[in-house]
Write a new protein. Structure first.
Length: 302
């Protein structure tokens, strides 16, 4: 047999499949939350009227705590996934969720605390109960339970529910929507609020990472649906149960966004979230639609 007709030797890694590609994309797009310049944000924070400063803290507390929760709750998936390429991907996600948590913590230390000192205020804590409402706590408790259940009973239904909680709802709807709203509020196009370019830069990098995470969850769900392991209705039902909690987390008493304040309104954000979610459900459940490639998942609309 001529050399070129031999099949290639088996290798350790399957380098043409999605989870490997996502892992590589994560490595190539590596960023350090401590390298983001926060100098201009300290100036911007000084221009915020009191209510806007409080509402910025509220948003940062909610998203910082959210990143901490998802960092803590992801591990069961790493235990149950069998393929090495999936493991490579999950290590990047765990690392990235840690960096997101670190980014919010650093922002509080270096921007919020600096500004509180300048205003002669007592230094606040991002973990203070005042920032969180009941629907928010409930949402994250349900996510934690959905993930932990994988360790007790690793069934297709439980995997589907875990991905629906974690990837489709918390990351796909809550985080993507909230970050999009904050980016608009503190970006260059909102005349009523000062620019916070370090925050916007960090959020861009976080959102790009989240695009990859959501894509991984979508691909896992699509496999379960296409292999007839779960009823596709389970996905919509699971997400529908959680959506009211997401909305109340962002807009309810102690939520991050108000209809009258500067930046996008809660109804605009809900519409954005709903459209994105419906698109994803189509891509998961319809055989003729594909999950967007990793470049598309991680690129951000302006
Ligand atoms: Fe994250
Ligand atoms: Fe994530």
């Amino acid at each position: 047999m001529a050399t070129d007709e031999r099949s290639p030797p088996e290798m350790q890694l399957e380098t043409s499949i999605r989870p490997y590609n996502y892992y590589r994309n994560a490595v190539e797009k590596h960023w350090d939350p401590h390298e983001i310049d926060l100098e201009a944000d300290r100036d911007g924070a000084a221009e915020l009227p009191d209510p806007a400063f409080e509402s910025l803290k509220q948003s940062l507390a909610l998203f910082g705590a959210g990143e901490e929760s998802v960092t803590e709750d992801l591990a069961p998936l790493a235990v149950v996934l069998e393929d090495i390429e999936d493991q490579l991907f999950i290590t990047t996600q765990l690392y990235e969720e840690s960096k997101h948590t670190d980014f919010f913590d650093r922002y509080w230390r270096e921007v919020i605390h600096t500004e509180e000192k300048r205003r002669g205020q007592e230094l606040s804590s991002p973990t203070d109960e005042q920032w969180f409402n009941e629907p928010y706590d409930e949402l994250f408790e349900r996510n934690e339970r959905a993930m932990a259940r994988l360790l007790e009973e690793d069934t297709p239904e439980n995997r589907a529910k875990a991905h629906c909680h974690y990837h489709l709802t918390i990351e796909g709807i809550l985080a993507q929507t909230g970050y999009y709203g904050l980016t608009l509020a503190y970006g260059e196009n909102e005349p009523d609020l000062p620019d916070l370019p370090g925050l916007v830069e960090g959020l861009k990098l976080v959102r790009s990472d989240e695009g990859r995470h959501v894509g991984f969850g979508m691909a896992k769900l699509k496999d379960l649906v296409m292999n007839d392991e779960i009823d596709p209705d389970l996905l919509q039902e699971t997400v529908d149960e959680l959506v009211p909690l997401v909305q109340q987390s962002l807009t309810g008493d102690g939520g991050a966004s108000t209809e009258s304040g500067p930046g996008p309104s809660p109804s605009e954000l809900s519409e954005y979230a709903y459209t994105k979610h419906q698109q994803r459900m189509q891509q998961i459940t319809s055989a003729s639609e594909a999950i967007p490639d990793v470049e598309q998942l991680t690129e951000l609309e302006t």
